[in-house]
Write a protein that binds this ligand. Structure first.
Ligand code: SAH
Ligand code: SF4
Length: 360
């Protein structure tokens, strides 16, 4: 390896310009390797090593010649996320990782084990601009979007971690920090990379993306006929209450949001999930339950009820078990399929809406 006094490598690639491998599509990778004079099949070999064998050290990529291994090491980084801290819930079923990004900012991602499932929950932004009052991420404000590679790498990190026990990630929920439809392009590129049948091969049906209800993006998602599952965080069934809890409702009110959800179901033939964080005596009474029935009855949907998880910036508390059951029974009586979300990781602040990182 020859360094100039400017710290530039002999192939002319400054170290600082190394790109994370997870940012690239297979085509991008092929182009970059071809520009270095490597035959085109090497890109697929590298792709296999990264997404099938889950390797992050080119020296272990034994099917790639040594000189190309070195060049790959100088062109790409394989770990742009650094594990700052890991916390495990008391029952051992939930693990939360605090990752630091290359610019020093931080995000969180979660692994949840439940029966035979191992679900990974990833972030799409540092913070969130949507400001939902009960959400710790919303309470932070938005710092920046994540890149496609930063989203992909969260999943690959857990895949590699589970592979030690000979296990795999079974489900992926894009429900961590941030609003995925406020970072649409990066989220979709990340999904495409993870989907790739010649690589990580993570089926769309096992992926769920959750949005607060950015209507133009729901329309785009519908038009593109994206195959991943869609969840919409509703939380209230009247504009008055929803705007209080979820400020973006003032921009995209229920009378625009619900038709876009109906259009999604109609055009794609797929079921939609609605999420509802139950806040004691705020949105857990019969009036809201009735308003919800009026909004979505007859739609191919499923309602996920989540008793509110505590966050520092919101005084509301979780609905009692009795009222959760009352709300659920009301929906069930009106033939709306509904489940109460299993609460996991609340003791380590890894439950829904609890992810947040301190500003540097
Ligand atoms: N921004 C997206 C995805 C991330 S939030 C969205 O809002 O859908 C993931 C889920 O956690 C959403 O359904 C969100 O409404 C819910 N949530 C946020 N804060 C919560 C809290 N304190 N308790 C329970 N669920 C919460
Ligand atoms: Fe953002 Fe979702 Fe939290 Fe709302 S609930 S602030 S959209 S992360």
């Amino acid at each position: 390896m020859i360094y100039t006094n400017l710290g530039i490598l002999c192939w002319g690639i400054p170290l600082s310009k190394r790109i994370s491998i997870y940012e690239l599509t297979l085509e991008d990778l092929a182009e970059r390797l071809q520009n270095q004079g490597a035959p085109s099949f090497r890109a697929r070999q590298l792709w296999n090593n990264v997404y099938k064998r889950l390797l992050n050290n080119p020296e272990e990529m034994t099917d790639i010649p040594r000189d190309l291994q070195l060049r790959i090491q100088e062109m790409f980084t394989f770990t742009s996320l650094e594990t700052q801290a890991t916390v495990r819930s008391n029952d051992g079923n939930t693990e939360k990782i605090l990752f630091s990004l290359s610019d020093g900012r931080s995000i969180e991602a979660v692994l949840m084990r439940h029966q035979k499932r191992r679900t990974v929950c990833v972030s799409t932004q540092v913070g969130c601009a949507m400001g939902c009052v009960f959400c710790a991420t919303g309470q932070m404000g938005l710092e920046r979007n994540l890149s496609p590679g930063e989203i992909v790498e969260q999943v690959i990190h857990f895949a590699r971690y589970l592979s030690i026990e000979d296990k795999r990630v079974t489900n992926l929920v894009i429900m961590g920090m941030g609003e995925p439809f406020h970072n649409y392009q990066a989220t979709m590129q990340a999904i495409e990379t993870l989907n790739d049948p010649t690589g990580f091969k993570f089926g769309s049906r096992r992926i769920t993306v959750s949005t607060i209800g950015i209507v133009p993006m729901i329309k785009r998602f519908t038009q593109e006929n994206q195959q991943v599952n869609l969840a919409v965080s509703l939380h209230a069934a009247t504009n008055e209450l929803r705007s209080e809890l979820v400020p973006i409702n003032q921009r995209y009110p229920l009378n625009e949001l619900i038709p876009s959800c109906k259009e999604y179901v109609q055009k794609t033939g797929r079921r939609i999930t609605f999420e509802w964080a139950l806040v004691h005596e705020v949105n857990d009474g019969p009036d809201q339950a009735q308003a919800l029935v009026d909004l979505i009855q007859g739609l191919n949907c499923h309602v996920n009820l989540i008793p509110l998880n505590p966050t520092l910036g919101f005084a509301g508390r979780a609905t009692s078990q009795e009222r959760v059951k009352g709300f659920k029974d009301f929906l069930t009586d009106h033939k709306i399929p509904c489940t109460i979300r299993v609460r996991q990781g609340v003791d380590i602040n890894a439950g829904c809406g609890q992810l947040a990182t301190e500003k540097k």
